[in-house]
Structure formats: structure tokens, C-alpha cells
Design a protein around this ligand. Sequence first.
Ligand code: ADP
Ligand code: ADP
Length: 225
Amino acid sequence: MALIELEGVEKRYGELRALKGVTLKLEPGRIGLLGPNGAGKSTLLKTLLGLLTPDHGSVKVLDLDVARSPFEVRARIGYMPEGDSVIPELTALQFTSLAGELCGLPKREAIGRAHQVLHYVGLGEARYRKLGSFSTGMRQRARLAQALVGDPKLLLLDEPTSGLDPRGRDEMLALIVDIPQRTGASVILSTHILPDVEKTCDQVMVIAGGEVLYAGALAPLVASE
Ligand code: ADP
Ligand code: ADP
């Protein structure tokens, strides 16, 4: 089974070609999406989610066509968007269980799952605290918990380490390595930091100027340095 499969994917914002005919296929695992700012990383993640519709080409996630089965695809993906926005008035537990309910879990189950994933990301003791009082690292872990609560088969993390201090970054990277072992989910980690990919991933997509320059195993890329 392919985790993701893109064929000739084009996406324009007005005149700007953000994705220029991307074709690639990757197996399940831990995948780095590596490229500089403006390369098209967020755009690519949003087309996998079905949040953006390509102007041309086809996108399959977990062997499902995103255009034909948007809800099935959405239900299998956990998404942590770029940035660190949270709802400051909510407790970590409310924030996470709300996302569970939006995934379609009954309230009681959503709360149960929220307790579990908050414990997993190291926020068990802080779960009744409001997000407004959290450090950046804690906020990012709460956002990760939110992405995990629906038990996704694929986790899309858009620059999850940006703005974190070295310790916060290491905590986040450790979770990214552990999640697939623990849950069987695949992870796509968008970043502009090669060492973060080297520490966590087994496959990589290198993207620049809307073109994917390489997609495959990490080893050849690192060995050629
Ligand atoms: P909407 O999609 O609701 O119009 P956006 O915030 O996406 O709102 O866009 C607002 C405006 O800013 C649009 O003209 C869009 O083209 C532009 N814009 C948004 N994000 C970017 C970006 N990352 N780079 C360049 N222009 C952007
Ligand atoms: P990355 O995530 O790698 O930083 P993006 O996918 O956000 O790249 O952006 C790719 C290109 O598309 C950039 O040139 C960016 O300014 C532009 N862009 C992104 N979103 C919009 C938008 N809503 N409207 C117009 N231009 C956008």
C-alpha cells in the first residue's frame, strides 16, 4: 500500500505556481518534507488533506482518492497546522476532547481519549490548566495531542518545532519518532531543518520552488553530503 501518491499535481495562487506538477509515491513510515520557506510545503500538506483542491493532477492518501473520498481521507489524518495558535480560554483537556468530538467520537469517548493522548505528550498533570498559561513547548504538545486524539493513520505536522527552544524541539522530535512505533501511524514532518529530518525520518521529500527534487529513502540523500 502507498501512503501517498501524487500524479502531476499543480496548484496556483493567482499567477503564482505553488506546486509545479508534483509526481511521487511514498510508503508508510516517518517522512520529512524538507524545503525552505515558500517552497510549497504547506500547500502540499493541504492538498493531502483536501483543504486545497489542485488545479491539475490527482492525490491519493492511503489508497483513497482525495477528490472522491474527502471525508474518508480527512477522518484518517491528524493535522497540526503551522503556527502555535490555540484557544487560550480552554483547558488542555477541553481543547483536545473538543477535537475528538469534531472527529466524530461520542463525548465520553472523546474525553477518555483526550486524557490518554495528553498523558502521552507529557501534559497529563497540566490537563486542567488553561492553554493561555502554557509555554510555547506545552502549547505545541497540546496541538499535537489534538492531532492525535482521533487515532489517525497519518499525521501531518507543519513546522511543529518552529519557535521551540532546544529542549522543546528535542521533546517534539522524540514524540515524532515514538508515535509510529506506538500507534502504527505514519508521520509527515514539514521543516526547513535537515538535522530534524535526519534525527526522525526514514524517508524524505525535498521541495523547492514548488518542485519536488527528491522523494524516497533518507539514506542516499544523507550519504551524498
Ligand atoms: P482567503 O483564502 O480567505 O482569501 P487568505 O488569508 O488565504 O484568505 O488570503 C488573504 C490574502 O493574502 C489573499 O490575497 C492571498 O492571496 C494572500 N496570502 C495569503 N497567504 C499568503 C502567503 N503565504 N503568501 C502570499 N500571499 C498570501
Ligand atoms: P512553505 O510551507 O514551504 O513555506 P507555502 O506552501 O506556504 O510554502 O507557500 C508556497 C508559495 O505560495 C509561497 O510563495 C507563498 O507565498 C505562496 N502562497 C501560499 N499561500 C498563499 C495564498 N493563500 N495566496 C497566495 N499565495 C500563497
